[in-house]
Write a protein that binds this ligand. Structure first.
Ligand SMILES: NC(=O)C1=CN([C@@H]2O[C@H](COP(=O)(O)OP(=O)(O)OC[C@H]3O[C@@H](n4cnc5c(N)ncnc54)[C@H](O)[C@@H]3O)[C@@H](O)[C@H]2O)C=CC1
Ligand SMILES: CC/C=C\CC(=O)/C=C/C=C\C=C\C=C\[C@@H](O)[C@@H](O)C/C=C\CCC(=O)O
Length: 258
């Protein structure tokens, strides 16, 4: 799929992985709506991107994906300005075992909310153009991170939601592919602050450091390259693409109930 003329929405676009996703989408010809709760960083990035790619290519919308009202308005504005939505990157997320309800609210409920609201614009059965949704899960969506069980739960939920939505879309004729990218550790602000966010599991910080040493850390660009692959390869639907500094692979899932 060529990105020329396509319209993308990136949540959590202001920093880290979302910023890299935004940049690679613009580099490949898409228009991008940047959604983020961090207005300062979002506006600053959007201004810089407008200078680099043109005013007509980017839009920043202040949006907390925990809010139905704000998310609905941001997606509506995106469609009004750019004429529709072809790509949704559900990237916004936090890691904080101290505020686990907020972690669930953003990482899982926010992904579900953004997906359902975007379907109103993307679904071919609603007059949409179809397209692709890519959810930023994590390797913690495929196996446990003992120091952050709730974060692990949210990412497992994102992987399961991704696979089920992909099947539902295919069976329903929505014309929308749904995939997940599952990175290991990535050099971002979220990663830099994890040792303060483990709450009652802070005693497992050393074990987590051991996992970081085992896996190493990715750059945000390496994750953005995976996003581009999942967006442009129209054969990919219901996939979980795992990426570490050592490897990249599509997960195979065994249906235990035959
Ligand atoms: N950094 C890492 O090691 C890994 C991160 N991930 C996932 O990647 C995604 C992005 O994380 P990073 O770039 O590392 O974090 P980050 O903290 O650098 O950037 C996250 C962005 O999301 C925004 N955001 C947070 N809550 C929001 C909300 N309620 N509504 C809208 N925007 C919101 C923040 O303002 C920020 O701009 C997250 O879903 C995270 O779980 C997955 C695997 C590894
Ligand atoms: C402390 C969290 C820091 C940053 C956020 C984040 O999401 C980082 C995740 C990084 C690594 C997670 C690794 C999990 C490893 C174990 O659960 C293994 O069981 C991995 C499971 C499947 C891997 C895929 C495979 O090779 O089969």
């Amino acid at each position: 799929m060529s990105l020329d003329g396509k319209v993308a929405v990136v949540t959590g676009a202001a920093l880290g992985i979302g910023k890299a996703m935004t940049e690679i989408l613009l580099q490949n010809g898409a228009k991008v709506a940047l959604l983020d709760v961090n207005e300062t960083a979002g506006k600053s990035l959007c201004e810089a991107l407008m200078k680099q790619y043109g005013q007509e290519k980017t839009l920043f919308l202040s949006c907390d994906i925990q809010s139905e009202e704000q998310t609905k308005a941001a997606l509506k504005k995106t469609s009004e300005v750019f004429g529709g939505i072809d790509i949704l990157c559900n990237n916004a997320g936090i890691l904080n075992e101290n505020t686990w309800e907020k972690t669930v609210s953003i990482n899982l409920m926010g992904v579900i909310r953004s997906t359902y609201l975007a379907l109103e614009h993307m679904n071919k059965l609603n007059g949409g153009r179809g397209g692709v949704i890519v959810n930023t899960a994590s390797m913690a969506g495929l196996g446990p991170l003992p120091s952050c069980p709730v974060y692990t739960a949210t990412k497992h939920g994102v992987v399961g939601f991704t696979r089920a939505m992909a099947a539902a879309s295919s069976a329903s004729g929505y014309g929308i592919r749904v995939n997940a990218v599952c990175p290991s550790f990535v050099q971002t602000e979220l990663f830099a602050n994890i040792l303060d966010k483990l709450g009652q599991f802070s005693h497992l910080a050393d074990a987590t450091k051991g996992m970081v040493e085992k896996f190493g850390t990715l750059s945000v660009s390496q994750v953005a390259e995976c996003l581009l692959e999942l967006v442009t390869d129209e054969t990919k639907n219901g996939e979980a693409l795992v990426v570490t500094p050592q490897m990249k692979k599509y997960m195979t899932f065994v249906n235990t109930i035959q």
